[in-house]
Design a binder for this molecule. Structure first.
Ligand SMILES: Cc1cc2nc3c(=O)[nH]c(=O)nc-3n(C[C@H](O)[C@H](O)[C@H](O)COP(=O)(O)O)c2cc1C
Length: 199
């Protein structure tokens, strides 16, 4: 947290699509953010595919930038589609990079919340359950419910791609409030977390 107590949230989306509903959700987070919270987004496209041969002391620049952004934030907000009832490869790949090296990795102790949008009648529940499983081993502190599941997304965004459904906006605002509270309860200043993983 900043000295003024502001909770910094980093948003990532599990889609690279130009008109992605999930990227649009993250863009709306900046509008819906409650007082005392800031939301910034990190775009995952520049990350290479995980290759343990590339995972040396000098990480690829895009990977280093992602890890630095995770160290610099107080909490992580993930907006993800569901691909074949699971987490899209682009998101799993990013989390695999973030989870290394095991003794000094920025997901440990990082408060995380998730949400997901799909144009289908399903609601990304399978992907979110899968994502919770993926975050266990790196020891992220995943927010219990509320869950934000946006089905029929095509009817919930306006022509400019802004979230136009009031019920969804209320749920989403509640998620941001809950993540900020969760971070104040269980989060640890990231500099302190970095020091402890080095200890
Ligand atoms: C490979 C692939 C698998 C998909 N599997 C699912 C699925 O299991 N459940 C679902 O609701 N939608 C599924 N979809 C549809 C996505 O929800 C849809 O493409 C969505 O718009 C992707 O999110 P985005 O708008 O953020 O890019 C799949 C799409 C792709 C390309």
């Amino acid at each position: 947290m900043t000295q003024s107590g502001t909770v910094r949230i980093l948003g990532i989306a599990g889609s690279l699509r130009r008109n992605s509903f999930n990227c649009a959700l993250l863009a709306d987070a900046q509008e819906l953010q409650p007082g005392g919270v800031t939301v910034e987004t990190f775009y995952l496209a520049p990350l290479p595919m995980y290759d343990q041969d590339l995972d040396t002391e000098t990480a690829p620049p895009a990977v280093q930038a992602f890890r630095d952004a995770l160290w610099a934030t107080d909490a992580l907000l993930i907006a993800t589609p569901e691909y074949n009832h699971g987490v899209p490869g682009v998101l799993k790949n990013a989390l695999d990079w973030a989870s290394r090296p095991p003794q000094h990795q920025p997901l440990r102790g990082l408060p995380v919340a998730m949400m997901g949008a799909t144009p289908s009648m399903w609601d990304t529940a399978c992907a979110q359950a899968h994502l919770r499983q993926v975050l266990v081993f790196p020891s992220a502190l995943v927010l219990p419910p509320p869950e934000v599941l946006v089905a029929n997304a095509g009817s919930k965004f306006d022509a400019e791609g802004r979230l136009a459904d009031d019920t969804t906006r209320t749920f989403f605002h509640g998620l941001l409030v809950a993540l900020a509270d969760w971070t104040r309860q269980v989060g640890r200043p990231r500099q302190e977390a970095r020091r402890l993983t080095n200890a």
